[in-house]
Design a protein around this ligand. Structure first.
Ligand SMILES: [Zn+2]
Ligand SMILES: [Zn+2]
Length: 109
């Protein structure tokens, strides 16, 4: 479970689509107060920041559209409350870049 802080245009297909899927799971966990993953560090850093999570989703969807992927699962903007920017990190931006480099995928980091 990870929402990256990497600009979507730098992400490979696998990581872009994978993050989009996990973002929907994260949104569901927080908006439905689900117990599963409720105390996961990644979940904790997004709690109270649904506006920021919403904006990250919009950025992912925009990049997906550029690459020709259709999107049929909009988030409810009425639920996009709280802080509009993310300032807590499980891994720093530099660590995230290193993690993606080590994957050996097509991410342009
Ligand atoms: Zn979506
Ligand atoms: Zn990648």
């Amino acid at each position: 479970m990870r929402i990256w802080d990497i600009p979507p245009e730098k992400m490979c297909r696998q990581h872009l689509l994978g993050e989009h899927r996990e973002l929907h799971a994260m949104w569901s966990i927080i908006t439905n107060n689900k117990k599963a993953y409720a105390h996961h560090p990644e979940t904790l850093r997004w709690k109270g920041k649904l506006k920021a999570l919403y904006l990250r989703h919009e950025a992912l969807v925009e990049e997906m559209a550029k690459r020709g992927y259709k999107h049929h699962t909009p988030l409810d903007p009425a639920l996009a409350t709280g802080k509009a920017f993310q300032d807590e990190f499980v891994n720093t931006y530099e660590e995230q870049v290193r993690i993606l480099k080590e994957r050996g995928c097509d991410c342009k980091v």
